[in-house]
Write a protein that binds this ligand. Sequence first.
Ligand SMILES: [Zn+2]
Length: 248
Amino acid sequence: MTAPAAVPRRVLAFAAHPDDVDFGAAGTVAAWAAAGAQVTYCVMTAGDAGGFEPGDRDAVPDLRSAEQRAAAELVGVHDVRFLGERDGYLEPNHRVISQVVALIREVRPDVVLSMHPERNWDRIQASHPDHLACGEIVTRAVYPAAENPFAYPELAESGLAAWKVPWLWFYGAPRERENRAVDVTDTVERKLAAIRLHASQHPDLAHMEASVRGFLQDNAARHGLPAGRSAEVFHAVGVNTPDTIAGF
Ligand SMILES: [Zn+2]
């Protein structure tokens, strides 16, 4: 399996909830964006079941989308889309999959980032049902629908031509699936600053920060990086690389 270019030109990152991509991949995104990558975020739900305050629940979606836009700006992402699905109800159905296919064909990414469709039994909090649904939706959209011009034919008719995604990188993968570690030591502080901007989600900032730093350092150690480094980890899948053959 060949590696993607060190810095992809266009990246499309999917998440189930506002804040997921910041916990999973913002260090890598910050490095890629700083090196010139164009990055688009797509958050599938409004995050309306998140937070810890029972008060004005109707205000939660606007608050959380504003937090996500601010966090995106901080790591160099200026294009943030929301699909507006209800938090806790995300399902891999054709209505949502076709929206994801449309976005992939619009952005034409070199790398699609997504949550993982398989449950992590070592840390079940990583595997909220919406996260698994996000992973399944994106996987079905990347292959075969995005690259098959006869899938969801109304998209091609509206001018969205088929697009072959070279790489699908999952974050939040079960540990046995991890096959790529990105050294994010230089962007850890910006990643943490981005996570902090999801202020409605953090009842205990100090504990959150210590946990994230610990996870990133554990990742680096597990993947053989030098002591003191931090890493984000992925399950990288080559979808259309020189090693693959086409077939629907
Ligand atoms: Zn989430």
